[in-house]
Design a protein around this ligand. Structure first.
Ligand SMILES: C[S@@+](CC[C@H](N)C(=O)[O-])C[C@H]1O[C@@H](n2cnc3c(N)ncnc32)[C@H](O)[C@@H]1O
Length: 276
C-alpha cells in the first residue's frame, strides 16, 4: 500500500531523528547498526527511492548479491576482512566511492600514502584510516577553518562569502575521531601548501582526498599531489559539481594534463582523477 506523501515525509523525518539519536548512542541496544536500521526503516515505510541507495555488495541492500560477494569480496578484498567505517559522512554514495577506491589501491597493490587536504573534524579521515590503517595518512588542515588569503581570492573570483565555516574544530577533535590512532596518522597543521613538511614533500601517494572547497587550496593540492601520485593512484576532488572554486581549479588543472577524470554522482559531485 502506498503511503500518502505528507505522511511518508513525516515518517521519514521521524526515522531520521531516531537514526541521529541512535548514532549519538542514545539507543545503544536497540538496533544492530545504523545502516540496517535505516534500511529497515525505509522498507517499513514502503519508501521507493529512485536513486540507488545501497550498492548490491552491501549487506543492507535490497538487491544484496551474496554469491558475488562470496566470490569477489564486496567492499572487502577477497580473503580479507577490512574494517568498514559505517559512520555517517552525510553521503552514502561518497562513502561507498571512497571505500571502493581504497579497495582498488589495496587489491592492485598501488604503493604510497594516503592524504587528505581539508579534514575539518576528521569524519572522512576516519573512513580512510579505518580501511587502510597500515598506510601513512597525511592530514592537512589549518584546523581552524579557511585561511583569510584563500578566502579573499575566493570572494573576489566567485562571490563566496562564508569565511566562518569549519572553525569549530581542533587537532584534538580530529585525533579523537580517527581510529585506530597509530603512528601512521600524520597531522600537518597550517596553511597549505606552505605547511607541507619535508616528509610530505618526499612522499609518494596512492589516494588523495582534496576537500578544501576553495579554488586556491584545491589548485595548490592538485599541483602538489599529482606529480607525487603513483600510477594506479587516484585524486578525489570533492565539490566539483557544487562549489565553483573546486570546479574552476579542476578544469584549469585538467587543461594541461592527461589525467583520466571521472565525475561522480555523490551529493556534492566529486570528480576522481586517475593516473595511468
Ligand atoms: C569541507 S571541510 C573538510 C571536510 C572533511 N573532509 C569532512 O569530511 O568532514 C574543508 C576544510 O578545508 C580546510 N582548508 C581550506 N583551505 C585550506 C588551506 N589553504 N590550508 C589548510 N586547510 C584548508 C578548512 O580549514 C576546512 O576544515
Amino acid at each position: 500500500m502506498e503511503i500518502p506523501q505528507p505522511k511518508r515525509e513525516n515518517l521519514l523525518r521521524r526515522a531520521r531523528h531516531l537514526i541521529k539519536k541512535f548514532l549519538k548512542g542514545k539507543f545503544p541496544n536497540h538496533f544492530p547498526d545504523p545502516v540496517t536500521f535505516e534500511s529497515t526503516a525505509r522498507n517499513a515505510l514502503n519508501y521507493q527511492c529512485d536513486l540507488q541507495y545501497f550498492m548490491d555488495i552491501d549487506p543492507a541492500a535490497k538487491g544484496f548479491a551474496p554469491q558475488f560477494v562470496s566470490r569477489f569480496g564486496g567492499f572487502h578484498p577477497p580473503g580479507e576482512q577490512r574494517a568498514l567505517n559505517r559512520i555517517d559522512i552525510g553521503d552514502r554514495v561518497r562513502a561507498d566511492m571512497l571505500l571502493l577506491l581504497l579497495r582498488e589501491i589495496t587489491v592492485r597493490r598501488v604503493p604510497g600514502a594516503l592524504a587528505e587536504l581539508g579534514v575539518y573534524r576528521g569524519t572522512s579521515a576516519r573512513l580512510l584510516h579505518h580501511y587502510c590503517p597500515e598506510r601513512k595518512l597525511y592530514l592537512f588542515d589549518t584546523f581552524s577553518g579557511f585561511a583569510a588569503k584563500d578566502f579573499e581570492k575566493e570572494s573576489l573570483n566567485v562571490g563566496y562569502n562564508q569565511q566562518q565555516q569549519f572553525t569549530d574544530t581542533s587537532l584534538d577533535v580530529v585525533l579523537q575521531t580517527v581510529s585506530p590512532l597509530n603512528a601512521h596518522v600524520i597531522p600537518i597543521v597550517g596553511f597549505f601548501p606552505e605547511s607541507a613538511t619535508t616528509a610530505a614533500v618526499a612522499e609518494n601517494y596512492a589516494l588523495v582526498h582534496l576537500d578544501a572547497d576553495l579554488e586556491a587550496p584545491i589548485a595548490a593540492g592538485l599541483d602538489f599531489f599529482w606529480p607525487r601520485l603513483n600510477p594506479g593512484g587516484f585524486v578525489v576532488v570533492h565539490d566539483y559539481n557544487s562549489w565553483p572554486g573546486s570546479r574552476l581549479a579542476v578544469d584549469r588543472f585538467l587543461a594541461g594534463q592527461r589525467a583520466v577524470a571521472v565525475p561522480m554522482p555523490d551529493k556534492s559531485g566529486s570528480i576522481v582523477l586517475g593516473k595511468t
